[in-house]
Design a protein around this ligand. Structure first.
Ligand code: ADP
Ligand code: 5GP
Length: 211
């Protein structure tokens, strides 16, 4: 397939936001998506949450103390940050700039509060809300993951109901029924977004202007 060319953003990558309730499968779908789309990077957030078993510093997150997180806020180092489930999470501005300027597409896997901040600052970011097929299925997934105790599961499910209401602020809703299907649909969204004329797509060899 020959893609349309674009000079509106030079060779800048596409910024993609993926949100959805805890346990819906954001991490799982994003991992599959990274296998399908080679020019895609996953942003590594900074968090005060302690690492779960198997999580590695710098791979899933940059784990940090609250004082250091506050210092980064004060210095204006975050594109967005939010308190989620009693912990702080944020996206470093320098990392986003670096990825997009190198021409890579970048996924931010962030909560609905963070998504709102990014949309306000970067209106051409593409936002996708990943939804569960049903609430009972979401509950099964959170429990099945086995990373939270009972109290935290109840807390996350409570927050999930509120997060679901935010879907209407996103550009796309994708239901994560089957991981492969959801990842392929998001890959298709990326392809379609790159064909948009209002993003600067044009026929190959076309110099520009309204001819
Ligand atoms: P999130 O990153 O949104 O919190 P995870 O990716 O950790 O969610 O997934 C939560 C649990 O649900 C994991 O155990 C994962 O294997 C499972 N899961 C993810 N997507 C699906 C799916 N489409 N069908 C069944 N189980 C899924
Ligand atoms: P978890 O603790 O399960 O890894 O993540 C909990 C929630 O925090 C998820 O909804 C996830 O999307 C969100 N999250 C992860 N990183 C960021 C971030 O950098 N910013 C914001 N606003 N939310 C984040």
């Amino acid at each position: 397939m020959i893609p349309p060319s674009s000079d509106k953003h030079g060779s800048k990558g596409l910024l993609l936001i993926i949100s959805g309730p805890s346990g819906v499968g954001k991490g799982t779908v994003c991992r599959r998506l990274m296998e399908i789309k080679k020019n895609l990077e996953l942003s590594v957030s900074t968090t005060t949450r302690p690492p779960r078993a198997g999580e590695v510093e710098g791979r899933e997150y940059n784990f940090t103390a609250r004082e250091q997180f506050q210092e980064l806020i004060d210095k204006g180092r975050f594109l967005e940050w939010a308190e989620v489930h009693g912990q702080y999470y944020g996206t470093r501005l320098d990392r986003v700039d670096q990825a997009l300027n190198s021409g890579s597409d970048l996924i931010l896997e962030i909560d609905t509060q963070g998504a709102e901040q990014v949309r306000a600052k970067i209106p051409d970011a593409v936002s996708i809300f990943l939804a569960p097929p049903s609430f009972p299925e979401l509950e099964e997934r959170i429990k099945g993951r086995g990373t939270e105790d009972r109290e935290r599961i109840i807390g996350r499910l409570k927050v999930a109901r509120k997060e679901m209401e935010a879907y209407c602020h996103y550009n796309y809703v994708v239901v994560n029924d089957r991981v492969d299907q959801a990842a392929e649909l998001i890959a298709a969204i990326i392809d379609v977004e790159k064909c948009r004329v209002d993003r600067g797509a044009k026929p190959p060899g076309w110099g520009g202007g309204n001819r």
